[in-house]
Every structure is written in structure tokens, then in C-alpha cells.
Design a protein around this ligand. Structure first.
Ligand SMILES: Nc1ncnc2c1ncn2[C@@H]1O[C@H](COP(=O)(O)OP(=O)(O)OP(=O)(O)O)[C@@H](O)[C@H]1O
Length: 295
């Protein structure tokens, strides 16, 4: 099979987006990196997802929000080519799930699993370098190239881990591990980064460092797209562009973040009156007062 020319190909697996605009002919709407159409997931006779339609383009940063059991992890598993839909279509990087080797697809996705099963005392740098081979332990038969070492250093710096590059994994805090895992997931230059509740269990400083790092990363890599799953609006980086609200396996709303993250739609999603405010780019959610306390 011949390799498509990344300068002319519209293949989202290609390293660069197709040319367009003033120097490359008429601007073309980039192909979505992820697309789902009328997706249902049924397991053990239960509808876990129903009628999910979604398109995620380069440069978009989606929040996937919903209460416990809404189907967020089930949807992320489809987007990460980890599982297949029961009905409907899922295109990941232009490839239809069910028609391609999903292991090949996964190599182009940065999937951050907060339950990374590493037990040995590798350093942060060594853990980040395992992203090249997407293995838990280093491949002892393979020496990292100077370019890979440089990239690891840059990512460690972007994720705010330069001072801990030599620290052993086993001694890291949960927040430090989270940031190291994002750097690891970015080693193969994925077009898409999937983050499953990256801020869960972090203290305030660790959460803010993580969110700052994500903002910086998105600024430095404008073509990257991402999907971040959370229950908490406070855990969303300022650079979030879009949101999908899920309840009971169905979409409540999906689209640009300011149109979706509203008091009415978030309240409907969580089944509770919740007041949303956005201040200096970040969101807060508070239960709306249902009655005035008696004097
Ligand atoms: N293999 C399965 N068979 C049957 N039910 C399942 C299966 N996997 C998940 N579920 C159920 O599907 C529903 C959605 O689960 P999912 O983990 O996707 O939700 P979630 O939004 O990620 O929840 P949480 O916020 O609690 O992590 C849950 O009720 C869960 O119990």
C-alpha cells in the first residue's frame, strides 16, 4: 500500500492537515478526526448509548459531561477505538470501526488512562519515552533516537515536569503522574488526545497545574483535538471549545461550549437545578437555591 502525500491527502491519519486557504487553493472544511452517526451501544440487553451523533475537528477541545452512569466512558471507549458500536457508524481518523484493524488506529490516538498499571520505579523521562512504543515497560531492545529524547524533554517541560524528569514513578503524586501520562500519550504526535477524568483526586494546586498544562499544550499544538471526560465543570480548561452533555446514554446537547454549557441544559443533564457561571474563561456550578431559608 502506498503512503499518501500528507501535503495533498485528505486522510486524517496523514501527519499534516490538507493544504487550504490563501496559498493552497480554496479553504476546505477539514475532515473530522472523529465522527459518530446514530450510534447505539447495547450490552447485556441494556441501552448504554442511543442515537449519538458527533463530529470532532482538528483544533476542537470537547468536554464530555454527564452524571454517573450517563455513558461517558462507554462513548470514550468508542472514540478511542477500544470497543465497537452495536448500531451506527464510528469513524476514527477517517477509518470506519469494524472495517479496520483497531490496533493500527489506536497507535494514532493519545489515550490517557489514569489507572496506568506501571509498578516499576522508572523515571518520568523513561515513562514518557514508553509512549513511543505504547508499552508499559521500556522496550530494552530499542534505544530512543535523539529526536525522541528531544521531544520527550519538550513535552516534559510543557507539562510542567522538568524538575521531576529524573524522579521515580513510584514516588510521584497522582497529579504528577497525570501530567507525565499526558506527555507520554503525546510522544507519537497523535492528532487526537482522549482524557478520562484527568483531574479526579487531584488537590487544588495539582488540578490547576494540570489545566494550565492543557491550555499551554493546546496553544502550542493548534491542530490537536481532544476529548476530556469529567463530572465537574470546575475541571474544564479555559481552552475548552465544545461540549457534549450526556444523560441516560442520550445527548442532551452538543456544540460550541457557550451554547451548551448553560444553566438550563446542565440542570437538565444532571436532573437538578444548577446555576452555571463562567468567569475569566473558567466555569463554576452551584446548586440553585430552591427556597429561601426562613428568617
Ligand atoms: N458491559 C456492560 N454491561 C451492562 N452494563 C454496562 C456495561 N458497561 C457499563 N454498563 C453500564 O452502563 C452505564 C454507563 O456506564 P459508563 O461507565 O459509560 O458511565 P459513565 O458516564 O462513565 O459513569 P461514571 O461517571 O460513573 O464513570 C452504567 O449504568 C454502567 O453500569
Amino acid at each position: 500500500m502506498s503512503t499518501p502525500d500528507p501535503r495533498t491527502s485528505s486522510d486524517p491519519l496523514a501527519a499534516e492537515p490538507p493544504a487550504g486557504g490563501p496559498t493552497g487553493g480554496p479553504a476546505v472544511e477539514p475532515l473530522p478526526l472523529l465522527r459518530t452517526r446514530a450510534v447505539d451501544v447495547i450490552r447485556d440487553g441494556r441501552h448504554l448509548l442511543r442515537g449519538i451523533d458527533l463530529a470532532i475537528h482538528p483544533g476542537e477541545h470537547w468536554a464530555l459531561l454527564g452524571p454517573n452512569g450517563a455513558g461517558k466512558s462507554t462513548l470514550l471507549a468508542l472514540l478511542g477505538a477500544v470497543s465497537h458500536p452495536t448500531r451506527g457508524e464510528v469513524d476514527v481518523l477517517g477509518r470506519r470501526l469494524g472495517r479496520v484493524d483497531i490496533r493500527e488506529l489506536r497507535a494514532h490516538l493519545g489515550h490517557v488512562n489514569p489507572r496506568h498499571p506501571l509498578r516499576s520505579p522508572l523515571t518520568v523521562r523513561e515513562v514518557v519515552l514508553t509512549g513511543v512504543t505504547n508499552t508499559i515497560e521500556p522496550d530494552l531492545h530499542r534505544k530512543p533516537s535523539p529526536e525522541e529524547l528531544d521531544r520527550a524533554e519538550q513535552l516534559i517541560d510543557t507539562l510542567g515536569m522538568a524538575a521531576s524528569a529524573e524522579s521515580a514513578w513510584t514516588t510521584l503524586s497522582q497529579g504528577e503522574r497525570g501530567r507525565a501520562l499526558i506527555a507520554r500519550a503525546l510522544m507519537p504526535s497523535p492528532r487526537l488526545l482522549l482524557l478520562d477524568e484527568p483531574a479526579t483526586g487531584l488537590d487544588l494546586t495539582a488540578r490547576e497545574l494540570l489545566l494550565d498544562s492543557l491550555d499551554l499544550l493546546r496553544h502550542q499544538h493548534p491542530e490537536l483535538a481532544s476529548v476530556l471526560v469529567t463530572h465537574h465543570l470546575e475541571e474544564l480548561p479555559e481552552s475548552t471549545t465544545h461540549a457534549l452533555l450526556l444523560r441516560g446514554g442520550e445527548t442532551v446537547a452538543a456544540g460550541p461550549v457557550d451554547a451548551v454549557m448553560t444553566t438550563g441544559l446542565v440542570s437538565a443533564t444532571f436532573g437538578h437545578p444548577i446555576r452555571i457561571t463562567r468567569h475569566e474563561g473558567r466555569w463554576t456550578a452551584r446548586a440553585a437555591a430552591r427556597r429561601t431559608p426562613e428568617a
